[in-house]
Design a protein around this ligand. Structure first.
Ligand SMILES: [Zn+2]
Ligand SMILES: [Zn+2]
Length: 335
């Protein structure tokens, strides 16, 4: 069959148009979820603030935030459900009283899914006191609806549980049942820091190693290598959000809340992106190995020079002043 030039041109245009329309929008095969632009902090009236804010990113991915009224660190916790097991990332800071809320949430999930029980893996972003304070209470839980497997926040236990062949270089995994979570060792903020990548939602949880706030770095060389490891790991993978464990930044670029702040009415959003990971890497490279504080638009690089993890004198002075002021107004913070 001989086709005229015009027919060929029409066929060519039709074919390229069809190609241009592929692929159909499908959200990149990523399970969607919703974040909040404003989270509960610690006020203005502590009488009205619940101990924990529970937010459903989607029905199988929950975010819990501790109230600033019980501790200024007000960390975020993550609770992810698979078909066979659930995973809790951190147990909160001082005076968090997590267990009643955790039990209520898991029981609600079981009721919603017509289930009698689900086993719960309890693991940690790292070992600092504002992320493990609920450990003893969670370990003491004796609830047949949610038997606990507890992973001690130590390198050997974390490495063994997640089958990390070579710490910190190779990633490990845990399968919650039709839901594989990748575990990437990222020492630097703490020796046992890990990040989790949830393949279903494409959410990357980075603990205290990347969040909108002061990134305290205890080992600069390790921290930089860990940042590079995360960049490499995420290369070519979808990343919906990077979610850390605190918010200390305000919604104004380069400006953070003073350490010890309870009530943060204008705080930065929780979520960061893979672009922020690249910006962190650029900032670390610019240090050339010399520890120095650098404020960036959405977080700051804050190397800790003291080996004993204690606050510097100036940080301690800011903390004491801020806490005194905020605690005095705990029941009615100025707007
Ligand atoms: Zn920490
Ligand atoms: Zn922390």
């Amino acid at each position: 069959m001989k086709l005229g030039l015009l027919t060929m041109a029409v066929l060519f245009v039709a074919a390229t148009t069809a190609i241009a329309q592929f692929p159909e929008p499908n959200g990149g095969d990523v399970e969607r979820g919703v974040l909040l632009q404003k989270w509960m902090t610690g006020g203005p009236k502590c009488m009205e603030v619940p101990e924990w804010q529970v937010h459903e990113y989607n029905p199988n991915f929950l975010i819990l935030r501790q109230s600033g009224c019980s501790d200024y660190e007000k960390p975020f916790l993550y609770l992810i459900f698979g078909k066979d097991r659930a995973l809790l990332f951190d147990t909160g800071s001082r005076d968090g009283n997590l267990v009643p809320t955790l039990q209520r949430v898991v029981h609600n999930w079981l009721e919603r899914n017509g289930r009698k029980s689900i086993s719960l893996i309890v693991t940690h972003s790292h070992s600092h006191s504002d992320h493990v304070a609920g450990d003893a209470a969670v370990q003491a839980l004796n609830d047949p609806a949610m038997p606990v497997t507890f992973v001690t926040p130590k390198v050997a236990d974390t490495q063994a549980f997640f089958h990390i062949a070579s710490w910190p270089d190779s990633p490990g995994t845990v399968d919650l049942g039709d839901r594989v979570i990748d575990v990437i060792a990222i020492p630097g903020h703490d020796t046992v820091s890990i990040a989790l990548y949830d393949r279903r939602t494409a959410v990357l949880l980075t603990g205290d190693s990347l969040y909108p706030g002061r990134l305290y770095i205890h080992d600069l060389d390790q921290f930089q290598k860990s940042t590079e490891r995360l960049i490499q790991f995420t290369e070519g993978k979808p990343v919906a959000h990077i979610l850390g464990c605190h918010i200390e930044e305000t919604s104004t670029p380069f400006l953070d809340y003073a350490i010890g702040t309870i009530y943060q009415p204008n705080e930065h959003a929780l979520e960061l992106s893979r672009g922020d990971l690249l910006e962190l890497e650029d900032g670390l490279k610019a240090l050339n190995g010399t520890p120095r504080r650098v404020a960036l638009a959405d977080f700051s690089i804050w190397p800790i020079v003291k080996r004993d993890y204690s606050m510097s004198d100036s940080t301690r002075a800011t903390f004491d002043k801020t806490q005194a002021e905020q605690l005095k107004n705990k029941w009615d913070q100025p707007k």
